[in-house]
Design a protein around this ligand. Structure first.
Ligand SMILES: Cc1ncc(COP(=O)(O)O)c(C=O)c1O
Length: 387
């Protein structure tokens, strides 16, 4: 049967993330590889309380089919995150990953051009490849995308959209400065390019002050994606798209043809946790815990590696992007690290051209403080071979 596969499947490379997740499912390995939240912090008691309340107060229509855009109470809560936004600007999706897919379904024809940051989120790159589009990459700096390159790509290729993760980016943890944002806004307006703003980590800010989103700076040209995967639980699979209403109608059509709707049960729980303020309080707990994990990783990196590596301390999110400058190909470091029972993601998988690189991504949210120290020590043991 495999000979009948569509080219989007035959051309797809096996997901490296899946390989790593399989490998690190072994308990003996300390994994800084996945982008997982700390499962011990999922707000189980609150979820249970609201689930019980639903059973006590709702009849069986709770489990009936309903409309594709999602539960009104939750859309209203999400709309409050943006300036001048109504619930009619919000479409609930099965995680922001589905949001990405729906945007591709609504906007991309084969051979269209899109722009991504270099490096970028691995599962988005994989998705874009499945739509057989021409992917051009603009380098990401610690202050955001290189706007000179971006402008020349906008001018030359007239792309449909620019896919950007402007806050605590995956994989780098970098955030755009306001100056970079404003320049991107100017370019999007000038060249009529959609900004596809993916912002799953913005609520996890440990230092610094909140910045204005593209969704608020340029609402008419921005499609914004959000998710509760990082603040509530990934298994709820609740994400959203915020877009102008005419765009939202097209996306809703796409959602209907994909899966009709999200489960209302989890949407109600999420809405109640927002309305009561529990989710906001829970997010503060996450921030305190993850900040100490980030600090522990930064401390361990300095302690063991000294100045043999380079990195920027992220102000939030889940990742530290390391330049293992003594090792030109971090894939080789990965092989050595696995032998020392520690895993990270080699940087090459995040680049559009999969180039050989000395960079690697480390996640700190899913390990204990002890594991962080132990794992970084083991990683240094592996790195010593290259110095
Ligand atoms: C940049 C980015 N976008 C989207 C997602 C998908 O998140 P979800 O589908 O769980 O909302 C992730 C998950 O790690 C991510 O890092």
């Amino acid at each position: 049967m495999q000979s009948k596969f569509a080219s989007r499947i035959t051309n797809a490379s096996r997901s490296f993330t899946r390989t790593i997740l399989d490998l690190t499912a072994q308990n003996t390995i300390i994994s800084f590889a996945g982008g997982l939240p700390d499962a011990s912090l999922f707000p189980r008691a609150a979820i249970e309380k609201h689930a019980k309340h639903l059973f006590e107060t709702q009849d069986n229509r709770l489990f009936q089919y309903s409309n594709a855009t999602g539960v009104e109470a939750l859309k209203c809560e999400i709309a409050k995150k943006y300036h001048e936004t109504q619930s009619t600007n919000i479409l609930l999706t099965n995680g922001s990953q589905q949001g990405l897919d729906l945007v591709c379904k609504a906007f991309l024809d084969e051979s269209d051009c899109i722009i991504v940051e270099d490096p970028s989120y691995l599962a988005a790159l994989g998705l874009f490849h499945m739509y057989n589009v021409d992917i051009k990459a603009a380098p990401l700096t610690k202050d955001g995308v290189d706007t000179i390159v971006l402008e020349s790509l906008f001018k030359t290729y007239a792309p449909k959209f620019f896919y950007t993760i402007p806050i605590f980016q995956n994989p780098t943890g970098y955030s755009y400065t306001l100056e970079t944002r404003k320049e991107v806004v100017r370019l999007a307006q000038k060249y009529h390019v959609i900004l596809l703003e993916d912002s799953p980590y913005e609520a996890l800010r440990y230092d610094g002050t909140q910045t204005t989103s593209f969704a608020d700076l340029l609402p008419q040209w921005t499609i914004a994606l959000g998710t509760f995967s990082k603040t509530l639980a990934p298994d709820f699979r609740i994400g959203w798209i915020k877009a102008p209403q005419n765009v939202l109608s097209a996306l809703t059509l796409c959602k209907e043809s994909t899966d009709l709707q999200n489960s209302k049960f989890f949407q109600y729980i999420c809405a109640m946790m927002m309305q009561s303020g529990e989710l906001q309080v829970h997010t503060k707990t996450l921030i305190d815990c993850y900040r100490s994990k980030r600090d522990a990783m930064v401390q361990a990196l300095k302690k063991y590696f000294n100045d043999s590596i380079e990195f920027i301390v992220p102000e939030g999110g889940m990742f530290i992007w390391i330049n293992f400058k003594a090792c030109e190909d971090s894939m080789k470091l990965f092989d050595s690290a696995i032998k020392k029972n520690v895993a990270f993601v080699p940087g090459s998988v995040f680049f559009a051209d999969k180039r050989v690189t000395s960079y690697g991504r480390l996640n700190y949210t899913n390990s204990s403080l002890e594991q962080i120290d132990q794992g970084i020590k083991a990683l240094y043991e592996a790195y010593k071979e290259f110095i």
